[in-house]
Design a protein around this ligand. Structure first.
Ligand SMILES: Cc1cc2nc3c(=O)[nH]c(=O)nc-3n(C[C@H](O)[C@H](O)[C@H](O)COP(=O)(O)OP(=O)(O)OC[C@H]3O[C@@H](n4cnc5c(N)ncnc54)[C@H](O)[C@@H]3O)c2cc1C
Length: 415
């Protein structure tokens, strides 16, 4: 592989070391990967820029990765080769009840574009997360128990394949590719340049944030594990336990949790758009490097595990609990690449204290299902492909073989 880029082969804005634009553009959102210096960042304004960059990568042998929001926990949108920065491709437009979104749009751009029409998508809270990265790995969010994954609302996508062909895929065209794009995780089959979704109404919604002191964490967690995964679809109750205490937050009526006598309770009705914004950046971990490890659980943790799990929380240590069930579970596993439909909840151990993250993950691990959300990749897994893809793994391998037989799009845990 040559360490010099032939810029005459690339189109779009080609940023190379030595300019302030390059220094800004090379940085992903996750500080863990700020040390990685690509040979070039290609800011793509259109499909041709992507086609040309993939052709150059194929011929030169240079590693190439697409980047939308740059939020990958495993740094998969960073490389010392070529980063395809898709963020200039961020159009959001409505036609015939469907929203078409550029492959580099961020969630805030999508929500803002849809809110004008009284619509939204079931998707995540982080404003700068890329809609492409989120959707390709599934997409969990506050409306998910009601409407399913972000990927469940995907109706079509435009993809530049590793061989340079540009294809439209949907349930009727390139169905295997369309299946694989809904939940296997980004950067594996092609570069997605456009996504078409069927949005949902953005209704007036109840927002809640209830808090308890850390000493009540065991009671609240015990109740949460029973209530949250089986709650009515309209209720999405996420639990965060950290040094500053216990916070239960989300959308819907949290009546079932009021019996637990929260220390504070903030419950109000507001437009869904505002509710989303109010939960952007909830957390105490700051902007520096963090380690995140997570797993799905198909049954509640035994009582005996809770004291150890909750005993050594402190600064730089946080547990996040996300409920599954509801509409997530109503799509059969083989229908999309997302293999985690039957899980009850996910636990994320996240912190600046990496030794604690590993120890905390180990404490819960024996009781987990062994499955891991592809959008929360974990470089420390012993059998990552089974953990991410479960019973969908064999079909995903064959889709990978068909669309990227030469492995142009690759990272340490890719198919
Ligand atoms: C602050 C924060 C909040 C989050 N909130 C949520 C949440 O509420 N719900 C949830 O489900 N997840 C959430 N996540 C996880 C998030 O879904 C993943 O990190 C996701 O992969 C981010 O996508 P991205 O486009 O921002 O990242 P990137 O790093 O740009 O991309 C992630 C992966 O997808 C590939 N990729 C990116 N764009 C494309 C494209 N156009 N075509 C093909 N491949 C592409 C990349 O190469 C990489 O492998 C959050 C993460 C963070 C850091």
């Amino acid at each position: 592989m040559s360490a010099v880029i032939d810029v005459t082969r690339l189109t779009g804005a080609v940023l190379q070391p030595g300019t302030p634009e390059y220094e800004r553009a090379r940085l992903p959102a996750m500080a863990n990967f700020h040390h990685i210096r690509p040979l070039a960042v290609v800011r793509c304004s259109g499909v041709d820029d992507v086609v040309n960059a993939l052709a150059y990568a194929r011929e030169s042998g240079m590693h190439v990765v697409p980047r939308s929001g740059g939020h990958c926990f495993a740094g998969r949108s960073s490389t010392d080769g070529i980063v395809l920065d898709l963020t200039p491709m961020n159009d959001v437009s409505m036609h015939d009840g469907l929203v078409t979104v550029g492959g580099g749009a961020r969630l805030a751009e999508v929500y803002t574009g849809l809110d004008r029409h009284g619509l939204t998508l079931p998707a995540g809270c982080g404003a700068t997360v890329g809609i492409a990265g989120l959707t390709l790995g599934g997409g969990l969010g506050l409306l998910g128990r009601r409407y399913g994954l972000t990927a469940d609302r995907l109706r079509a996508a435009e993809v530049v394949l590793p061989d340079g062909e540009v294809v439209e895929c949907s349930a009727g065209r390139e169905p295997d590719l369309f299946w694989a794009l809904r939940g296997a995780g980004g950067g594996q089959f092609g570069v997605v340049t456009r996504l078409v979704f069927e949005p949902v109404p953005a209704e007036l919604t109840t927002r809640f944030a209830l808090t308890w002191p850390l000493g009540r964490a065991g009671d609240v967690l015990r109740a949460w594990q029973e209530i949250a995964p089986d709650a009515p679809d309209e209720l999405s109750a996420n639990l965060k336990i950290g040094a500053s205490g216990v916070v239960l937050f989300g959308a819907g009526q949290p009546d079932a949790f009021l019996d637990l006598a929260p220390r504070t309770g903030d419950i109000s009705s507001m437009p869904y758009y505002e509710l989303k914004q109010s939960f952007d950046d909830l957390g105490d971990l700051g902007a520096g490097p963090v380690l995140s490890r997570s797993e799905f659980f198909g049954r509640p943790l035994p009582d005996a595990v809770l004291p150890a799990l909750l005993s050594d929380l402190g600064p730089g240590r946080e547990l996040n609990f996300t409920p599954m069930g509801g509409a997530y579970a109503r799509t059969p596993v083989p229908a999309t690449a997302f293999a985690h439909r039957g899980e009850r909840f996910m636990i994320e151990h996240v912190g600046t204290d990496t030794a604690w993250v590993h120890a905390s993950w180990e404490r819960a691990h024996d009781h987990a299902s062994g499955r891991v959300y592809p959008n929360f990749p974990d470089p420390h897994l012993t059998d990552p492909l089974t953990a991410y893809h479960g019973e969908n793994l064999a079909r995903l391998r064959s889709v990978k073989q068909r669309y990227d037989p030469g492995g142009l799009l690759r990272f340490p845990q890719s198919l």
